[in-house]
Design a protein around this ligand. Structure first.
Ligand code: 4AD
Ligand code: MG
Length: 482
């Protein structure tokens, strides 16, 4: 008697015929008092269980209903019906947990099409739905592929702290950590909260990025990456922002901006290929879903390519590389801009690019992923390397169709004097970052890195439209349920 997960058993196919097996899972459907579609989460596919109802206790039969969890002991036989190679003829069924059919009506487990909004409201149950379980398996494969890529390429995985005193992006979008009694905050002589009394003896927050610590690690280990949760208290209630998201941040000593772009392109292509190779059934399901969604859209908004074609397209084509200045020229002279169709019209050099501009470049103008680089220093973080023109920095953003910015990175300012000047110009606390400044004092080297938002990658690969649908329990403004 062998206990199988359903994915394993279905892969064995006809080789498993005549075997006595045990399978466990949740009932997806029960037809004609005879056919159970059983799923255990290991694959999008169900195994069919055939129940000879004449030989079963009615008490057991009555409990086999959609959503119930069961164990089946039986024998594998070739399937007579269409749609599956094999099925399991049940000899014995054990019910782990039944379901009240009235209560089931109110849940996402009810076997019919549900809106994604409804699925979000029942985030604890949506793992049992085909769509969300497929997304979660793809998300898993992507994370695994990411580690595989860096491991194969000689990078070390470094865990950077989640609690930190610094603001790596200098944008002030942080969640404060404290164990103060919030009703009795200690105050100093000037009436301000006295963080010296707090747990860490100073003000601390949840990290917005592991980059600064990863830079320190790269200054000894050469090639490193971080992969952890990051937190941003930005009040952007969009389909692309989360307050808690996962970021992958490689950092490489001796890499310049061109090397950084090469790494980003090679890396992202590898992980997309990894998902294609390892998630065939789930992606086929999601591709069909994507097609159906596209049909509901206006011609303007519809993607010209299907999901798999879009992935293949990214793999086959070299990303367009273009400077911010070139991009501004294209945007300024575009029909969309001239007809005042951008919500934020492009008037002059120096403007920050909005998602609508990024998507125009990628989806309308180049019809290809784009790497924009050499941004104005004023709209980018303090740590980016200043160019000779003293106006632009060696920043790069990778822009993807349907997503906009998927990666943000840069060559870092390795020159101590320039770094200090930039920090004081941009009001960055030098006392807090004394250790970061130190890395420029002892054998400083050119180096580069970037951050990939995992959820934005999952959005792209699964063809989903809202970032809340690609993370198990999303954290967004006014929402920390579950
Ligand atoms: O461009 P960002 O802010 O860059 C950094 O944090 C750098 N320290 C990275 C580095 O150079 N090591 O963020 C990087 C990426 C973005 O391109 C985006 O994919 C994702 O992180 N991201 C978010 N994803 C979901 N929700 C949010 N609120 C995000 N903010 C950034
Ligand atoms: Mg960015």
């Amino acid at each position: 008697m062998i206990s199988y997960c359903i994915d394993e058993l279905l892969k064995k196919g006809k080789d498993a015929v005549h075997q006595d097996v045990i399978v466990k899972g949740w009932v997806r459907s029960f037809r004609s008092n005879r056919f159970v579609a059983l799923n255990d989460g290991s694959t999008i596919n169900n195994i069919q269980i055939v129940v000879d109802f004449e030989n079963f206790d009615t008490e057991i039969l009555n409990q086999i209903s959609v959503g119930a969890s069961i164990k089946v002991i039986g024998v594998v036989v070739e399937s007579q019906g269409k749609g599956q190679e094999i099925e399991v003829k049940a000899n014995q069924i054990k019910i782990y947990g039944g379901v009240n059919p009235d209560e089931l009506q109110e849940t996402v487990l009810q076997p019919k099409r549900h809106s994604l909004e409804f699925l979000r409201e029942q985030a604890h149950l949506r793992f049992r739905t085909n769509t969300f379980a497929a997304i979660m398996r793809v998300r898993h494969a992507l994370m695994f592929g990411i580690h595989a890529y860096y491991n194969q390429n000689g990078f070390f995985y470094v865990n950077t702290p989640i609690i930190t005193g610094s603001d790596a992006e200098g944008a002030g979008e942080m969640f404060t950590i404290t164990n103060f009694d919030l009703n009795q905050l200690p105050k100093d002589e000037t009436g301000n909260i006295d963080f010296k009394e707090d747990f860490f003896g100073k003000r601390t927050n949840l990290t917005v990025s592991g980059q600064l610590e990863a830079e320190a690690a790269a200054m000894g280990l050469g090639k490193v990456y971080t992969f952890g949760p990051t937190f941003r208290a930005e009040n952007s209630n969009t389909s692309r922002h989360l307050a808690e998201f996962w970021m992958i941040e490689p950092e490489v000593a001796f890499n310049d901006l061109d090397d950084n772009m090469d790494l980003a392109e090679d890396f992202i292509k590898y992980v997309i290929q990894y998902a294609i190779d390892n998630c065939k059934d789930d992606l086929a399901f999601l591709a069909e879903r994507f097609d159906n969604e596209q049909k509901q859209k206006s011609k303007e908004e519809r993607s010209e390519l299907g999901l798999m074609q879009r992935l293949e397209y990214v793999l086959k084509n070299k990303f367009v590389r273009l400077t911010y200045t070139e991009a501004i020229d294209i945007l300024k002279n575009s029909k969309t801009n001239k007809k005042k169709k951008f919500k934020y019209p492009i008037e002059e050099w120096g403007a920050d690019l909005q998602s609508e501009h990024e998507r125009y470049l990628v989806e309308k103008h180049f019809k290809s992923p784009v790497i924009l680089y050499n941004y104005p220093a004023k709209i980018k973080a303090f740590y980016m390397r200043l160019n000779e023109d003293e106006k632009t920095v060696r920043a790069m953003d990778v822009l993807f169709p349907g997503i906009g910015e998927i990666i943000g990175g840069s060559q870092r300012e390795e020159r101590l004097d320039v770094l200090l000047r930039k920090m004081s110009e941009m009001n960055i606390d030098q006392d807090e970052l004394w250790w970061y400044i130190d890395t420029r004092k002892f054998g400083t080297v050119p180096h580069s890195g970037f951050g990939l938002g995992l959820e934005r990658l999952v959005l792209f690969v699964t063809g989903m439209a809202n970032i809340r649908d690609v993370i198990p329990f999303p954290r967004t403004p006014k929402n920390a349920e579950f």
